[in-house]
Design a protein around this ligand. Sequence first.
Ligand SMILES: Cc1cc2nc3c(=O)[nH]c(=O)nc-3n(C[C@H](O)[C@H](O)[C@H](O)COP(=O)(O)OP(=O)(O)OC[C@H]3O[C@@H](n4cnc5c(N)ncnc54)[C@H](O)[C@@H]3O)c2cc1C
Ligand code: FES
Length: 256
Amino acid sequence: MIQTHASVHSVEEIASDIFRLAFRSREISAAALPGQFVNIKVNDSLFPLLRRPFSIFFVEGEIVSIIFNIIGEGTRILVGKKPGDVIDVIGPLGNGFSAGMDSDNYKTALIVAGGLGIAPFPFFLSKLGKDKNVLFFVGARTSKQIVRHGIDHIHAATDDGSEGFAGNVVDLLTEHLSDHHYERPRIFCCGPTRMLRRLSEFAQQKRIECYASLECAMACGVGLCQGCPVETISGKKKYALVCKEGPVFETSTVFV
Ligand SMILES: Cc1cc2nc3c(=O)[nH]c(=O)nc-3n(C[C@H](O)[C@H](O)[C@H](O)COP(=O)(O)OP(=O)(O)OC[C@H]3O[C@@H](n4cnc5c(N)ncnc54)[C@H](O)[C@@H]3O)c2cc1C
Ligand code: FES
């Protein structure tokens, strides 16, 4: 784990109300794995006190980027950053997708992202073995909120029907897989918990392995405060810490 004072490289709106903040860090960019996150202290005053966690969206040379929409004070401060401003960043944190993605036991990666759940996947795609087939399913409220960075072709689902399938991304995936067969599939997903639970059920019915990046409120981000437990179904322990043992879990270990 690295703690650094990183210089902001850029902040730009990359889709409607969705911003990308890029910062320069040789150490974090060199160590980062897909699905890991960074924990950012957005300013050096007492408020907001806690760091804010964000998935690593992309790594290009020494530049690491995150994406976010404005939720509360932390993200409001981040969107106002200017090139050259300094932010205090800890990372890369968590396990990432490596256990699921770097395996010969599957051939087709079915990536399913809901809303800002797209965040870990451009970096994931840049590191995925060239021998894998990839299908990318993205759900968003509206076409203007679909983040397309680094993704050639998407199967879109929008709540308002402005692009692709009118409805949610789990229904889109279900419908798509009822008509198409893919060799040795595996699901990788990130998004709202309700979506992840439905995907987990679907994956268990179809006997497809499914890896999800979970979100929950966090404080330290490094396994010290015990503030991010998730109940586990199998294994010796009743709880796992999302920040340290996650955020990526094989879904049958955390969802019934
Ligand atoms: C591992 C991990 C990766 C994440 N990656 C991203 C990302 O790539 N992009 C992104 O936009 N967000 C991501 N998040 C969520 C992000 O951390 C929060 O949106 C951010 O902390 C909000 O900060 P804020 O100060 O703007 O809002 P706050 O003032 O902290 O929160 C505003 C409201 O949102 C609620 N809230 C805050 N964080 C969460 C959360 N994690 N889950 C549910 N409700 C919450 C609060 O309870 C509050 O009601 C991630 C979270 C985790 C745990
Ligand atoms: S956020 Fe502190 S232990 Fe996970």
